[in-house]
Write a protein that binds this ligand. Structure first.
Ligand code: TYM
Length: 340
């Protein structure tokens, strides 16, 4: 098994990233032992597809690395790095560019959402973003990719690219790329905004009240939970009773995911109670889960030299693992490279 996943170093790590992805990274790392290998990276090359401030990107890359470590990624067991230190990602992206199709990329919902009506004004990188994402996982022959629901379409595209490349350029019959399998948590695949049950919790939401950041202190968490949009009805006995209540469903989903319990089980405990009693219980659970993470995060940020060393070591190991697949891709495409 080879587990590979990434996160963009833009803004703070929030509860959606944690429950939808990072917690699963840690669980996969912890359960894999010697039966496989995990590679996790900061997708800094993806972050330049949108307007950005260079100093802020550099800072956010270190902060996101610290956040991932604080959540439990152990650099002795997982390879942790940022894309910019492994040029193989950008190289493979170009090599896959002859295989990916304009039509496939035009159908990506993230492209459509981010570009909106102004497609002509977007960066080329925003359009080709999913080809880089395909390169990220194909480069390491990833078998499993833990992500939230919103990344499913990008991974399907990665499989399509791998499949077409293998069909068109199989090296003497042997496929060059492994088809990666997305691993999406059944319970917390899509954590929604605290202000709008129809929008996903996101770093790009202008309202900080819409999300819980892993760096929020206890008072901020409690305030955000108390202000979270809900309705006046008491909680039902079964999840079916939440079908038309997206905000209530979201809070119950968050509670269940944090407590590692099924939503039915949580509702059995809180059925008939209103949000006046559910919200403080949810706030307590959030604080208890996030306080140790943010304490570790603060310690990690105090030692920038150690963080940089972890990323440099991770990048060195990633380059070694990436090397054979990149060579095989050049070879399969018939690109002549004479030994120097
Ligand atoms: P990014 O940085 O937006 O998010 C990182 C991870 O968090 C998940 N996630 C969520 N899960 C549940 N509920 C939410 N509200 C929520 N918001 C975010 C995402 O699904 C993701 O797993 N393009 C990717 C980064 C990337 C990548 C890759 C991922 C680049 N290359 C290769 C996997 C494999 C992104 O922008 O994720």
């Amino acid at each position: 098994m080879r587990v590979v996943s990434g996160i963009q170093p833009t803004g703070n790590l929030h509860l959606g990233n944690y429950l939808g992805a990072i917690r699963n990274w840690v669980r996969m790392q912890d359960s894999l032992g010697l039966d496989g290998q995990c590679l996790f990276f900061l997708a800094d090359l993806h972050a330049i597809s949108m307007p950005h401030d260079p100093a802020q990107l550099r800072r956010a890359t270190r902060e996101m690395a610290a956040a991932v470590l604080a959540c439990g990624i152990d650099p002795a067991r997982s390879v942790l790095f940022n894309q910019a230190q492994v040029p193989h990602h950008a190289e493979l992206q170009w090599l896959l560019g002859g295989t990916a199709r304009m039509g496939w990329l035009s159908r990506m919902t993230q492209w459509k959402d981010k570009a909106g009506k102004n497609r002509e004004g977007q960066s080329v990188a925003l359009f080709t973003y999913p080809v880089l994402q395909a390169a990220d996982v194909l480069l390491y022959q990833a078998t499993h990719v833990p992500v939230g629901e919103d990344q499913k379409q990008h991974l399907e595209l990665a499989r399509d690219i791998a499949q077409k490349f293998n069909n068109d350029f199989a090296a003497e019959g042997a496929p060059v790329f492994t088809l990666p399998e997305p691993i999406i948590p059944p319970a917390a695949a899509r954590i929604m905004s605290l202000r709008d049950g129809a929008a996903k919790m996101s770093k790009s939401d202008p309202s900080d009240m819409s999300r819980i950041n892993l760096t929020d202190d206890a008072d901020t968490i409690m305030r955000k939970v108390k202000k979270a949009k809900t309705d006046a009805d008491p909680l039902p006995e079964e999840p079916a009773g939440l079908a038309q209540r997206p905000e209530a469903l979201n809070l119950v989903t968050i509670y269940a995911a944090l407590a590692d319990r099924a939503a039915d089980d949580v509702l059995r405990e809180f059925a008939g109670q209103g949000f006046g009693s559910f919200k403080p219980a949810l706030g307590d659970l959030l604080v208890a889960t996030l306080a140790p993470i943010s304490a570790r995060l603060r310690d990690l940020l105090d030692d920038q030299g150690a963080l940089d060393q972890i990323l440099a070591d991770g990048a060195r190991r990633a380059r070694e693992i990436a090397h054979p697949t990149l060579d095989a891709t050049y070879e399969a495409l018939g690109l002549l490279r004479t030994a120097s």
